[in-house]
Design a protein around this ligand. Structure first.
Ligand code: 26Q
Length: 789
């Protein structure tokens, strides 16, 4: 039953796997086979699996070179990959074989080996995990698709919770133990320039010289498709000083200055900025963006040149997707390459550039839209600033031609926001440089068209603005993290698992079994086992026992005011107060709940951190109260990550997505009102909290009085709700409690609950990232599968 075509040059027999592992123990990690611990065993296995990936990787890349199809490149500053071993083994169809081999070598518990791998946390949240799901789907769908990103030495920070309940950040030096999943390519490197001077020659060209040059070196991460030999590439750039040290300073005897210059080069890829949905205007961040973009474009153009085709055909071989505005500097950079380096006339260069790029927007929140001060730009990237001003000039001329004498419109649409200083609006630059712009859910794309990009829709027409609803990979998020459910689905649908795993719409077939009590029972049992697995993890890591017959109510996501973890925790306090007011007999009827929170706050986001502190201190009080034992448990799971998600999500009964309508890009819930109207009313009807929600007023009073530790700590948070309440927590509180009551009632009817759960899964087909990536391939990139046999 084991699928074997994952290997060709390397044998697949169990004995050869054992041999290969022992070989890596003795050579790659240089240890004696009888003297190996778990970590060593993990690494030897990883290197052995990597051998297989690299055989497939080489064959795939050779095929792409030989067939020379149009390729797509996904430029993302974040790839939130998580662990690799388990995923690679499942995609190769070799998990059972490796499990047996490990057992032979004395490692009984394979899952423990798998868990000794550290997460690659090169991303913040949604946007970074989306990129990881998309490259999995690209390989699975056999598309010639590469990812380009940065090799951060420190990934997303490690979150600890201090004794007072606050978040404390610690560094994540994930590369300290060599990373078996990357291949260092010192031969693939480019120099990237910063600062210096740009001198115009003629009316469109310039020479950019001087400044600082930093070397970008490639590290390749093989991305295996699921049950196919196609293995794509994720190329991550690392920064190295041009020379080991600055020779001029060294000769002058200034050793310290010489070393400093190498430090400043290496600082480029040191750390991932831990801000999600918030723009920080740090120079180093812009340097990262240009460094990564310039290296990627140099690599893409070098590959194109090897085809021997003229640049007029560039867009017939290259599609580049901009994951948010983070790589938008690619637009003027490609123009610079075309015009300054390849001598292509400006207008032709611009035509090709627009055909190459597509831009995905991930937010309409004003504080998240990227804008950079012109003086900073001028200093760091003088030539790109010239190009942006030139592009803006002809763009505004075209606007003026379409709507003569409309000064307001020109001001609104300019790439440059006027003021002191001026700012560059990166989203507008991405729009004019792309042939297609998309949002990430129906509602969000509609908001993009009607709010932030309205003028551009009027200018270009509506067909430039589309939607690609986000998706997730069913390999990692179903087959890998929920093997019990995966087996049950395969057993129910018949055939082998690849049938539904590679065509998720097949899950609809579950609906014809929905009334079968035996199937319902198995479905419920899987959930119970997942809860037990998670409860065991919580007991081991946090020392808290969970009631696995309780309803597991989960909210895991980055901490942000718009996501309203506040609404959830205030609701929990209300539930606690209500239960406390009941007598023993009434309490026995309460539907037991485990409320789980997880997620990181940006280190500089004071209010988000205050909410974490409140959640932890509420949890302390509730979990210590004997009246609530087994009825209500509240936990903040520290250091939420891809790996924690893989344990937690399969154990959940409900997941809370309770942001204000229109704020979460990919939130498609059917909330009824548009936030603008209500908020507008607010300014003119400043009613008291007591009037808006008496129930919430009580909850806030209890917090202020010190029920969960010193109430004064939470005053700034309570004030955001009492006055202003930008995210409408008080407006929604009562209806939120109503909705939670409906959940309690629904959960008591076990059969109908299981049926709801089955229906939900059965209708998930659309949300496979395979569907999403094929949508991009067909409608945005014009690329086709190239299958490796
Ligand atoms: C920008 C400039 C400077 C520093 C940091 C940033 C920055 C970094 C990360 C801005 C935004 C992000 C991340 C945004 C993000 O994760 N957005 C989420 O994207 C998901 C995938 O489309 C959506 O599902 C979520 O709704 C959206 O919030």
């Amino acid at each position: 039953s084991v699928w074997k075509s994952g290997l060709r040059a390397v044998e697949t027999e169990e004995t050869s796997i054992t041999k290969s592992i022992v070989h890596h123990v003795q050579t790659t990690i240089a240890r004696q086979a009888y003297n190996i611990d778990e970590e060593g065993a993990y690494r030897a296995i990883a290197y052995s699996v990597r051998d297989n990936l690299i055989v497939n990787w080489n064959d795939t890349q050779m095929l792409y070179t030989r067939k020379a199809p149009k390729r797509a490149y996904y430029l993302s500053l974040e790839f939130l990959m998580g662990r690799t071993l388990d995923n690679a083994l499942l995609n190769l169809g070799l998990k059972e074989d490796y499990q047996k081999a490990a057992r032979k070598l004395g490692f009984e518990d394979f899952e423990e080996l798998v868990e000794s791998e550290r997460d690659a946390a090169l991303g913040n949240g949604g946007l970074g995990r989306l990129a990881a799901c998309y490259i999995d789907s690209g390989a699975t769908c056999e598309l010639p698709l590469w990812g380009y990103g940065l090799r951060y030495h420190y990934g997303m920070f490690w979150q600890q919770i201090s004794t007072d309940g606050s978040q404390v950040e610690a560094p994540d030096p994930w590369l300290n133990h060599a990373n078996p999943w990357e291949v260092h390519r010192p031969d693939v490197s480019y120099l990237v320039r910063f600062y210096g001077h740009a001198e115009r020659i003629g009316d469109s060209k310039a020479i950019w010289s001087g400044g600082q040059e930093v070397m970008a070196v490639a590290y390749d991460v093989p991305i295996p498709g699921s049950y196919t030999r196609n293995t794509n590439n994720l190329r991550l750039w690392d920064a190295k000083p041009k020379r080991g040290f600055d020779l001029n300073s060294f000769n002058a005897g200034d050793y310290e200055k010489a070393v400093e210059s190498s430090n400043s080069a290496e600082a480029l890829t040191r750390v991932l900025y831990p801000n999600d949905n918030h723009m920080v205007g740090k120079e180093l961040r812009l340097k990262q963006q240009y460094f990564w973009t310039a290296a990627s474009l140099a690599d893409i153009t070098r590959r194109f040149k090897q085809l021997g085709e003229p640049f007029s055909k560039f867009h017939e071989y290259v599609a580049i997707q901009l994951n948010d505005t983070h790589p938008t500097i690619a637009v003027p950079e490609l123009m610079r390459i075309f015009v300054d380096e390849e001598d292509i006339p400006w207008d032709q260069a611009w035509e090709i550039t627009q055909k190459v790029f597509g831009y995905t927007n991930h937010t309409v929140l004003p504080e998240a839209l990227e804008k950079w001060p012109v003086p900073l730009f001028q200093h760091l990237l003088p030539r790109h600033l010239q190009i942006i001003f030139d592009l803006n000039h002809s763009f505004l001329q075209a606007v003026e031609k379409k709507w003569p004498n409309d000064r307001d419109r020109l001001t609104r649409m300019s790439l440059i926001q006027e003021g002191f200083p001026q700012y560059i609006r990166m989203a507008y630059l991405a729009v004019i440089g792309s042939h297609k712009v998309n949002g990430v859910a129906e509602l969000h794309s509609e908001l993009v068209r009607t709010t932030i990009m309205k003028d551009f829709v009027d200018f270009y027409g509506p067909s430039k603005f589309g939607n690609v609803t986000n998706g997730i990979t069913p390999r990692r998020w179903l087959d890998q993290c929920n093997p019990g459910l995966s087996s049950l689905i395969t057993e129910t649908l018949g055939g082998d698992k690849t049938k539904w795993l590679k065509d998720l719409s097949k899950l609809e077939g579950l609906l014809s079994h929905i009334d079968d009590p035996a199937f319902q029972k198995k479905w419920a049992d899987v959930k119970l086992q997942n809860k037990q697995r998670f409860a065991q993890f919580i007991e081991q890591t946090m020392g808290v026992k969970l009631n696995t017959s309780a309803l597991f109510d989960v909210q895991v996501k980055r901490l942000h005011e718009y996501k309203r973890q506040s609404l959830n925790i205030l609701g929990v306090i209300h539930r606690y107060l209500t239960i406390k007011s009941l007598n023993a007999e009434e309490r026995a009827k309460v539907v037991p709940r485990v409320v789980l929170f997880g997620g990181k706050a940006a280190p500089g986001y004071y209010m988000a951190k205050l909410v974490i502190r409140l959640i932890n201190n509420v949890a302390k009080v509730i979990n210590a109260d004997p009246d609530l034992q087994g009825i209500l448990t509240v936990l903040f799971v520290p250091d939420y990550s891809v790996s924690v998600a893989e344990l937690l999500i399969p154990a959940s009964d409900i997941s809370e997505h309770i942001s204000t309508a229109g704020t979460e890009a990919s939130g498609t819930s059917n909330m009824k009102f548009c936030f603008e109207d209500l908020r507008y009313n607010h300014q003119y009807h400043p009613t008291s909290l007591e009037e808006r929600s008496p129930a919430l007023a009580v909850v806030c009073k209890v917090i202020a009085e010190g029920r969960f530790g010193d109430g004064s700590i939470y005053e700034p948070f309570l004030n955001t709700i009492r006055t202003g309440d930008y995210y409408l927590v008080s407006d929604d509180f009562d209806s939120y409690l109503e909705a939670q009551k409906m959940v309690d009632t629904a959960y008591q009817d076990k059969v109908s609950w299981v049926k709801k759960s089955i229906t939900t899964t059965a209708k998930m087909g659309k949300f496979s990232s395979d569907r999403a990536i094929m949508n991009y391939a067909e409608e945005y990139w014009n690329i086709e599968p190239v299958k490796l046999n």
